[in-house]
Design a protein. Structure first.
Length: 236
């Protein structure tokens, strides 16, 4: 009877991940999920500058000058060097073949990428304006974040553990048993995502170069998710 009870609960709860230790006696395996949503308080900007010139050194110099102007502007905004990444350079020649088969050069392209972490969203507008003024001409999607990520992931993990235990107790109760001592716990995985709320709930960041032409950036809620798998002894 005890063997049948264990088999029935495992069929409902699912088989443990490979490598997860299982007890010899009756047990139940469950997985739990936890999620915490918050408004972001930081943003990472992904920008780049691309310059073309018939001379490779000139293309690089023009890109470097735009980056240097932007870095100077960031310093004035109080952005720390530790929050800036601007070390990469991609320099390439644009070539083609003429009808005669002769190789023809159309000049050189120099591209540099910059990532900037802003720890205060109220600087968003000023930094984007500074990038445009400096000659930055490539803008990727901003990545919104929370400075409390470690704390929030811990909260999501605790919720996942509670969810796994609740499921184990519900399953055991259906077979006139109850979940006993915890035998093993595994972290199945964690993730971070963005979620846009409904109208009226959506936060925005307004970006403008003039008072007559504002632009709105949608500010999502950040979701921190955690999944765990747990094995409990069964007791009758």
């Amino acid at each position: 009877m005890r063997v049948m009870l264990m088999a029935g609960l495992l069929a409902v709860a699912g088989v443990a991940n490979a490598g997860t230790p299982l007890p010899d006696g009756p047990h139940v395996v469950t997985s739990g999920e936890g999620k915490v949503s918050v408004a972001p308080d930081m943003v990472t900007l992904h920008v780049s500058v691309t310059k073309r010139n018939p001379i490779a050194a000139n293309a690089k110099q023009e890109a470097d000058q735009a980056v240097n102007r932007f870095l100077e502007a960031l310093a004035k905004q109080g952005v720390e060097n530790a929050d800036i990444t601007a070390s990469g350079l991609d320099l390439s020649e644009d070539t083609e073949r003429a009808d005669s088969g002769r190789r023809v050069s159309n000049g050189y392209t120099a591209e540099r990428s910059i990532e900037v972490k802003l720890r205060a969203l109220d600087r968003f507008n000023a930094v984007l304006d500074a990038a445009l003024t400096a000659g930055i001409n490539g803008f990727g999607n901003p990545t919104f974040e929370s400075s409390r990520k470690t704390e929030l992931m811990a909260q999501a993990r605790a919720l996942a553990a509670q969810d796994a235990q609740r499921k184990a107790e519900d399953l055991a109760r259906g077979f006139s048993a109850h979940a006993g001592r915890i035998y093993s716990i595994d972290s199945v995985g964690s993730s971070t995502g963005e979620r846009y709320l409904g109208r009226g709930e959506l936060g925005t960041v307004t970006v403008t170069r003039s008072k007559t032409a504002p632009a709105r950036y949608l500010q999502p809620q950040i979701e921190y998710r955690e999944r765990v798998q747990a094995v409990f002894d069964l007791q009758r």
